[in-house]
Design a protein around this ligand. Structure first.
Ligand code: 5GP
Length: 205
């Protein structure tokens, strides 16, 4: 098997419930989760270093300048980025790392890490997305509308993802994503080094 951990990118429309899904993947299956940096203000109940590292625009820019991000992107009115150090270290130590990021970031990650597994999580239909977003009560109507517009743009990039998972039932969705990750690890193409080694060992016997 591959010695390094895998990168798993989970994207989805705002309101698709991917935050809950990712949290459960970490709790139930022990995946490592990258905590992003953002210039967005914390929502009620969010803590610095738990949901995000909350940064000023100047601090965020500084991290860009020092190559501190694997990728970063603008989403609606804010910047979001994946800190490089944590992800590289975790993968080197053999842990599978989940990045919960939007589509531009996902495309960027795939360019740098062609083996990254890209999973797109969506609600069953557009109306339930809007209802979930409004029901959450964390965003103003203006922001909800911006996020819905962004979802329409993001839908154009679904084709670049390896798997699409409909989040109708959270537990089912979590199990499905875990199965996808396990299958992906067993893909022959992800085990070329192992195959070479075992061939060599067998010949040497
Ligand atoms: P929210 O403000 O709802 O927490 O996140 C807004 C969007 O930004 C979501 O689609 C989320 O997946 C994405 N996002 C969070 N962290 C990152 C990141 O580090 N990089 C990128 N490209 N997107 C991110």
């Amino acid at each position: 098997m591959n010695k390094d951990g895998f990168l798993i990118v989970i994207s989805g429309f705002s309101g698709a419930g991917k935050g809950t899904v990712v949290k459960k993947l970490v709790e139930e299956y022990g995946y490592s989760l990258s905590i992003s940096a953002t210039t967005r203000a914390p929502r009620e109940g969010e803590e610095n270093g738990r949901e995000y590292y909350f940064k000023t625009v100047a601090e965020f820019q500084n991290l860009i300048d020092y190559n501190g991000f694997i990728e970063w992107a603008q989403y609606v009115d804010n910047y979001y980025g994946t800190p490089r150090k944590f992800v590289e270290q975790e993968m080197k130590e053999g842990r599978d790392v989940i990045l919960e990021i939007e589509v531009q970031g996902a495309m960027n990650v795939k360019k740098q890490y062609p083996n990254a597994l890209l999973i797109f999580v969506t609600a069953p239909d557009a109306n339930s997305l809007k209802e979930r977003l409004a029901g959450r009560g964390t965003e103003s109507e203006e922001i909800i509308n911006k996020r819905m517009k962004r979802a329409a743009q993001e839908s154009e990039d679904i084709d670049a993802y390896d798997y699409i998972v409909i989040n109708d039932d959270v537990e089912e969705c979590v199990k499905t994503i875990h199965s996808i990750i396990v299958s992906n690890k067993c893909l022959r193409g992800n085990n070329l080094e192992f195959i070479d080694t075992i061939k060599g060992e067998l010949k040497a016997l």
